[in-house]
Design a protein around this ligand. Structure first.
Ligand code: SAH
Length: 378
């Protein structure tokens, strides 16, 4: 009889607590977790034999039972503005995209949380690719692992440091809560990436119960994809709104940082010509944001094939911003980056082995929101 070798555990996906448990289960001391985290994430070492402060015996035991495995980089693209995009192939053949956006004082990595997305927001090309599965913690954190290594190989290392991470790539992070949270822990852990809690942002379309849960376990920054100031319009643009309408969403937003009045939620609002960009929409926004400590971030729409939407023109965006500013709402306009390599917001598509048939129906012009997929019953 042939005995199949048991699958090795990928240590890349273990946060400090899980790593301590792993070593204790091997009869080792928990502090080994700190050493290994540093080797993996700080030093980027994948070979146990190179971990010189660990005994040879333990290194050999680790090599037998564990691995440090990252997705394969299929390609790297550099945009004219310095933005980088990587296509990563996962072990099951699905591909995801990760984007690095350098700015004067920071470098932001935009990472994915799912292969595709279930939510099917009307103006987002990721949604049109359909959905395959959640990413594991290892697959989420490996995007940061890979980016740090790739960027350090470029000239002028200091211009290419990852100082911020935003979970604004493919997928809805709060529908992959259990795998996302340990990845957040690793981002903040001093033995791994040591990022500040204010520089790691979870972006959500508004999964209200998971927002309460997130608040209880992590103090990273929060962005909410608002995009519309009333339920009628938001139901169309962000179908998840049918399950968690604005009243509920705004209630959790009011509560979210109530223990720290220096912090606020970033509200993302994609500017769609003639759809959500009129002065009356700005005035409605002012009303629903009452009592919410929020900054508005207006995102000029990034077009993609077959979309019926168009970007609002500059004057409209500026006028919209001014109405909000006059009402005392801190409002910025997001500069579009990386659009010559399809790396801008809402343009990340990867290669999704779609299980929803949405991709196919979209291309035939027949895509509909699949209510059962997001749990909308009415
Ligand atoms: N599901 C999460 C994470 C995705 S974030 C969320 O909804 O927040 C991606 C951000 O880019 C969201 O604010 C999204 O609404 C925005 N976006 C999506 N498609 C876009 C497009 N075509 N142009 C500009 N912004 C877009």
């Amino acid at each position: 009889m042939q005995i199949s070798p048991t699958a090795k555990i990928n240590l890349l996906g273990l946060d400090r607590k899980a790593m301590q448990d792993f070593f204790v289960s091997m009869g080792e001391k928990p502090y080994r977790a700190d050493q290994i985290l540093k080797w993996i994430h700080f030093n980027g070492v994948q070979d146990f034999h190179a971990m010189t402060n660990i005994s040879k015996v333990l290194r050999e035991r680790l090599a037998e039972t564990a691995e440090i495995s990252v997705p394969q980089v299929i390609y790297e693209k550099a945009a004219s503005d310095g933005t980088y995009k990587w296509l990563l192939r996962l072990s099951d053949g699905n591909c995801i995209e990760t984007v690095f956006i350098p700015e004067k004082t920071r470098g932001t990595l935009c990472i994915s949380s799912q292969v595709g997305c279930i939510l099917n927001c009307d103006f987002c090309s990721t949604g049109k690719q359909g959905f395959n599965r959640n990413l594991s913690t290892a697959e989420i954190i490996s995007q940061l692992w890979i980016a740090v290594r790739k960027l350090s190989q470029l000239d002028g290392v200091h211009d290419h440091a990852v100082t911020n991470v935003v979970m604004m790539g493919m997928g809805e992070p709060l529908l992959n809560f259990d795998n996302v949270v340990p990845a957040l822990h690793l981002m903040l852990d001093d033995f791994a990436y040591g990022l500040s809690k204010r520089r790691v942002t979870v972006s959500t379309a508004g999964v209200v119960p998971a927002m309460h849960q997130l608040r209880a376990v992590s103090d990273v920054a929060l962005a909410v994809s608002l995009h519309a100031p009333n339920d009628e319009l938001r139901n169309k643009l962000v179908p998840l709104n049918k399950k968690y309408p604005l009243r509920e969403l705004m209630a959790v937003c009011r509560e979210y940082f109530k223990d720290d009045n220096r912090r606020s939620i970033t509200m993302e609002y994609v500017m769609l010509a003639g759809v959500n960009d009129q002065p009356e929409h700005a005035r409605q926004l002012i009303r629903i944001l009452e009592g919410v400590r929020a900054k508005m971030n207006l995102i000029p729409f990034n077009p993609f094939p077959h979309t019926p939407y168009q970007r609002s023109d500059n004057d409209t965006i500026l006028h919209f911003r001014d109405i909000l500013l006059k009402a005392g709402i801190n409002t910025t306009i997001r500069r579009t980056r990386g659009d010559d390599i399809d790396a801008a917001c809402g343009q990340l598509v990867g290669q999704v082995k779609d299980r929803t048939r949405r991709q196919e129906r979209y291309l035939r012009g027949k895509a509909k929101v699949s209510k059962e997929m997001i749990g909308v019953t009415s």
